[in-house]
Ligand binder design. Structure first.
Ligand code: PEP
Ligand code: MG
Length: 580
């Protein structure tokens, strides 16, 4: 058994065989054979090697001889496939351990991959790529028609990968993929947010899980503690099976509360909305008790088909609105760039994309795409309660530029006789400290402010939200963040405009008493977290939370604040405390 520690990003327990993406991208259906099958298995392996050699030779002969480098690479692969030491080790695996040919290939090659990686040499790093390629080649030859890719899975697995892009995560089929573990990533990376949206346990920032786990290994993903166990022993497995069953029971119990009001013991009503990435999530959000959608991230519509613009956006929004049946919908304009890279249409290559042409900046330099989306949002506003929200605004000038586009598009629609809500509420996300600091100047120009703590923490503390190496520094309760929240809430009260939080901080039971104590009454959270968020709200008294918040505001560092929040949870919220 091996234990790997990472960052827990989506709660839950998953126990399944590993499907390792990025290394073999193929699933090995069987790992062991019977003793009497050993000779046939060795013959099968040798046939697989011959098949791989033949396909390499065919590819080399097809190649243009001018592309010498490509030929050289394939020659290296041919040598590796024929390497007698490697071959013998793989055959030993089959004979001595009764591995299937596929499992033995994967195990032996991965052993070399790990060895080479540990040596930290650029030359050996190249060999690592070659070994991955050779592994994939032999495996695909051996598996032949039994080959499974991530798109053709027919068995429940947990996915292991170096990294997953948000677009890849959005396409994961949760019928087969029950959890995932990645080498890189942080708590509020968009991939992590997608995992929570899909409701599958996930651990990221494990650094080397994609080489430590081999396709077919049994894995436990503990999305509560941020731990992955490879090939667990019987006792651990039994413990986790028990935990998995307990988790399901608690989830069922929490779900029974969905019809109860989100109100504190001392009678303060809190509005809980959902953050969604895909229209398919609305139904579950409402079922789980959401009073509307507080953040519709629209990037995934763009990723589906960047070219279909207005119509695709309109259809998606209409679908969401219909499902909401009169509940409000806040649509955020495209927030592309950063970790949601746009391959073909980013205007420039950037060294530092999170500080570059991201989000609203990207829209302002791509007016063609921005206008299409604004048209779709305005058109759908004729059909129900829709609000428009701009992400990552940093200055009044930037907001004014965006508003000019809205006015132009409104004029265009009037000219075309297309109806829309003339008074559509327009708000901004507060994600950058510069905006939080000038919220009073902004307030007269907008209808609402929604605090995007994921980015606000990143930009205030200068900590990349997706970088596992600085994850310890990513602290949503850093006094600087709390001061910004206090300031924003004061502006909200003075100017009588709504201030809510839609960052992941609001989905975290540990932080909820503090947020409510500071004065927040409206939260937009990951749909799967709604039952738990509601349970916390229903278990506390706001005046006690206010006292907690006052004490936290007097503390000078985030570590002490976290400690105080944990102590408070242990004393006041036994179910939250039990998991700390
Ligand atoms: C945020 O930054 O807090 C937010 C909600 O936006 P996103 O996570 O999509 O960047
Ligand atoms: Mg953001």
């Amino acid at each position: 058994m091996q234990l790997k520690k990472g960052i827990p990003v989506s709660p839950g327990i998953a126990i399944r065989q590993a499907f390792v993406l990025d290394t073999e991208e193929l699933r090995i259906p069987q790992r062991f054979i019977e003793k009497q099958e050993v000779d046939t298995e060795v013959l099968r392996f040798e046939a697989g090697v011959r098949g791989a050699q033949k396909s390499l030779a065919a590819e080399i002969s097809r190649l243009d001889s001018k592309i010498a480098i490509h030929t050289q690479i394939l020659e290296i692969h041919k040598d590796l496939v024929a390497d007698p030491i490697l071959k013998n080790e793989i055959i030993e695996g089959i004979r001595d351990h009764q591995y299937t040919a596929e499992h033995s290939v994967s195990r032996i090659l991965n052993r070399y991959i790990k060895k080479f990686q540990a040596m930290n040499s650029p030359i050996l790093a190249e060999r690592v790529h070659d070994l991955y390629d050779v592994e994939k080649l032999i495996l695909s030859t051996l598996l032949g028609r039994r080959m499974e890719t991530i798109n053709t899975l027919e068995q429940e697995v947990v996915l292991v990968a170096h990294n997953l892009t948000p677009a890849q995560t959005a396409k994961l089929d949760t019928r087969w993929i029950h959890g995932f573990a990645t080498d890189v990533g942080g708590k509020t990376s968009h991939t992590a947010i997608m995992a929570r949206a899909l409701g599958i346990p996930a651990v990221v920032g494990l650094e080397e899980i994609s080489t430590a786990a081999i396709g077919g290994d049994l894995l436990i993903i503990d999305g509560f503690r941020g731990v992955v166990l490879i090939d667990p022993d019987e006792r651990t497995l039994e413990e986790y099976r028990q935990k998995e069953a307990d988790t399901r029971r608690v989830a069922r119990r929490l779900r029974r509360q969905t019809k109860l009001p989100a109100e504190s013991i001392d009678g303060h009503p809190i509005e809980i909305l959902a953050n969604i990435e895909l229209p398919q999530e609305v139904h579950a959000s409402v079922e789980l008790g959401a009073k509307g959608i507080g953040l519709f991230r629209t990037e995934f519509i763009y990723f589906q088909s960047p070219r279909n613009g207005e119509e695709l956006h309109f259809q998606n929004y209409r679908m969401v609105l219909q499902e909401l049946a009169g509940r409000p919908l806040t649509i955020r304009t495209l927030d592309l760039g950063g970790d949601k890279a746009v391959e073909d249409s980013t205007p420039i290559v950037e060294d530092n994309p999170f500080l570059g042409c991201r989000s609203i900046r990207w829209c302002l330099v791509r007016p063609d795409i921005f206008r299409e989306q604004l048209r779709a949002i305005l058109r759908v506003s004729a059909l129900g309660p829709v609000r428009l929200m701009f992400p990552m605004i940093t200055s009044i000038h930037e907001l004014d530029q965006a508003l000019v586009f809205v006015d132009q598009v409104k004029e265009e629609l009037r000219g075309e006789g297309i109806s829309f809500d003339e008074d559509i509420p327009i708000g901004v996300m507060v994600e950058v400290p510069s905006l939080a600091l000038i919220a009073d100047l902004l307030a007269p120009r907008v209808d609402f402010l929604s605090v995007g703590t994921n980015d606000l923490v990143q930009y205030t503390l200068a900590v990349d939200r997706g970088n596992e190496h600085v994850a310890d520094l990513y602290d949503p309760v850093h006094p600087a963040i709390l001061r910004l929240l206090v300031q924003l809430l004061a502006v909200g009260r003075k100017s009588d405009i709504e201030v809510s939080v839609c960052g992941e901080m609001a989905s975290e039971p540990l932080y909820l008493p503090l947020l409510l104590g500071l004065g927040l009454r409206k939260l937009s959270v990951s749909p799967q977290m709604i039952p738990e968020v509601k349970q916390v709200i229903r278990s506390l008294k706001v005046y006690e939370a206010q006292d907690l918040a006052s004490r936290c505001l007097e503390m000078s560092d985030g570590v002490a604040i976290t400690r105080a929040l944990k102590r408070w949870a242990i004393e006041n919220l036994p179910e939250v405390g039990a998991r700390l």
